[in-house]
Design a protein around this ligand. Structure first.
Ligand SMILES: *Cc1c(COP(=O)(O)O)cnc(C)c1O
Length: 382
């Protein structure tokens, strides 16, 4: 019996096991401890920020990051429509209103020129734009060279959703470090995992201290339980931080494996008309997920045809994110839309991208795709 090949399963082994057991035996099972502090230091060093605060999810990191730039009721926060729901949900948690912006059809990342137009328009209308939240889609950084000066000119803080992008770079600078604050995720499907977890990274020590305070029920530093404001129970546990430290040691190797996989997909599809690999030209991506975009008119088949074929062979795929402005929960959403995100949702397909795939599984996926292409194009399988 063949086992299912998943999209991006956790990649853990003996190193993670030894770190977890050591943390357990150290007695620091509580949500504080030496591994938590070390994990924060090590991630901050990797991202190149002055500090970091480890929390229970990437969503919690985004929520605290948005509170950190002052987002609240009556504010507007600009978010790409092509993202995972957490980016927009975190805006709502603060009471602010998400306003969506479409993506660059080439990269899937937010369309910088369109964002500039939208920001100027919102400011002209007297909206209080509290933040822009660029998302480094599938591990490829937004064009910060173009975006940051626009936000700086308008005095609008950038909160970088780098949930998918740890280890990626733009112009040599690490993902997570571009805004006033960045948010990382260590969910089970991300490039490194703590099974569930996240982190705020920033040079702004005041913002980080406040996030740490809010993440621990806003408990005042006195012997009894004293609280002046509403906090959250958002801290990451020491055990999970130990798991994260082991994963971080393996990050470069795992990026290398995902990149190799992307290169093999790119080679396989290079001669196929109407198919391109999303973000293929970005050599600073961490290659978290590899997606293809299929032009059905040129290819003669739809992305869903390949998805169905792979599903019959127990190989998991997934459509690219369904845009936020099409989600019932954000019905009648405001924003600027060009149709680019809708087209990527319709024509995109994310392929198995996990770093834990062994050579047999990689060969199996490539063979099954090769057979599909041979059948559809009449070419002989590679
Ligand atoms: C995964 C993800 C998040 C949320 O992270 P969790 O740890 O799952 O809460 C936020 N934004 C993006 C773009 C993500 O991919």
């Amino acid at each position: 019996m063949t086992r299912t090949i998943h999209l991006s399963p956790p990649d853990v082994g003996p190193l993670e096991e030894s770190y977890l057991i050591a943390a357990l035996r150290s007695g620091w099972v509580a949500p504080v401890g030496p591994d938590l502090a070390a994990f924060e230091r090590e991630v901050a060093a990797r991202v190149g920020t002055a500090g970091a605060v480890a929390v229970s999810s990437g969503t919690a990191a985004l929520h605290l990051a948005l509170l950190g730039v002052g987002a609240g009721a009556g504010d507007v926060v600009v978010v790409p429509t092509l993202t995972f729901i957490a980016t927009a949900n975190a805006v709502r948690y603060t009471g602010a209103r998400p306003v969506f912006v479409d993506c660059d059809p080439r990269t899937g990342n937010l369309d910088v020129a369109l964002t500039a137009e939208l920001l100027h328009d919102l400011v002209r209308r007297g909206e209080r734009v509290r933040a822009v939240v660029p998302v480094d889609m599938f591990g490829s950084c937004v064009d910060y060279t173009a975006l940051l000066p626009i936000c700086a000119e308008l005095g609008i803080p950038v909160v970088e959703d780098a949930a998918e992008a740890l280890g990626a770079r733009h112009g040599g600078q690490p993902a997570g470090s571009f805004g006033r604050v960045g948010a990382l995720s260590f969910n089970g499907n991300k490039i490194i995992t703590t099974s569930g977890g996240g982190m705020l990274v920033s040079d702004d020590q005041v913002l980080l201290d406040r996030a740490r305070h809010l993440a621990t029920q806003a408990r005042e530093p006195v012997p009894h339980y004293e609280h002046r404001e509403t906090g959250y129970n958002y801290r990451l546990s020491n055990l999970l931080a130990a798991l994260g430290r082991a994963q971080l040691l393996r990050l470069d190797g795992m990026i290398g494996r995902r990149r190799d996989l992307r290169d093999r997909y790119a080679k396989l599809f290079a001669a196929v008309p109407g198919v391109r690999v999303l973000g293929e030209e970005d050599d600073e991506s961490n290659c978290w997920l590899t997606s293809i975009v299929v032009n059905p008119g040129q290819a003669g088949w739809h992305a869903t045809d390949l998805a169905a074929h792979l599903a019959r062979h127990d190989i998991e795929t997934r459509p690219v994110w369904k845009p936020m402005h099409l989600q019932p929960v954000f019905g009648a959403a405001e924003g600027r839309f060009t149709g680019a995100a809708e087209q990527l949702f319709r024509d995109g397909l994310t392929l198995p991208s996990g770093s834990a795939m062994d050579t047999g599984q990689v060969a199996q996926v490539l063979t099954v795709i090769g057979a599909f292409l041979a059948e559809r194009t009449g070419a002989s399988p590679a």
